[in-house]
Write a protein of this length. Sequence first.
Length: 218
Amino acid sequence: MKKILSALLLLSFALFFSQEKKPMFWQDIQNFKKLDQENAPPKDAVLLIGSSSFTKWTDVSDYFPGKTIINRGFGGSRLTDLNYYAEDLLAPYQPKQIIIYCGDNDFADNHELKAEEVVSRYKTFYKKIRKKFPNIEVDYISIKYSPSREQLWPQMKETNQKIEAFMKKEKNAEFIDITKAMEDADGNVRKDIFLEDMLHLTPEGYQIWAKVITPYMK
């Protein structure tokens, strides 16, 4: 009897910890799967993959009339998370274009992180995309300079420069630089296009993004 009780206790603990130790963003990915089950994702869409700047752009389709967009941004994600969930983020879809916004959370997660590491993470994800979609358009939006993360701007600037150089060498690939568009006449980052957290964008901020992104849209 004691052996049976011990076995049941061990099983209970195993089940408890298996439920507790879900990978970060696991639930977000399950939500995407549920959406795809409820409505089959359209073919030849523009697939957005990235972090909260996409997640919070809930009305993104309104900014690009006539475009079919699938938004698969999940808040707080880093390039490491895009790599971890690459199969889940890519396999269900047949897009004509992928646009990525991710990278600033990598630095927020580790202030000592070097630009080379973030660039390496991006290249890894890019290669995973190319393995599945050799010829579609793949674009990367530059890491924005959020006022709340000003101490990280030097690493972000270096990362943007290195990813831009990488993308210029690739076929069917573009680096979409939103930096200048988010500055005022004096070259300072406009704080008025950020929410109170000085991290996420206001609708006007997204209007600026949309104006820059539109020429790159397939």
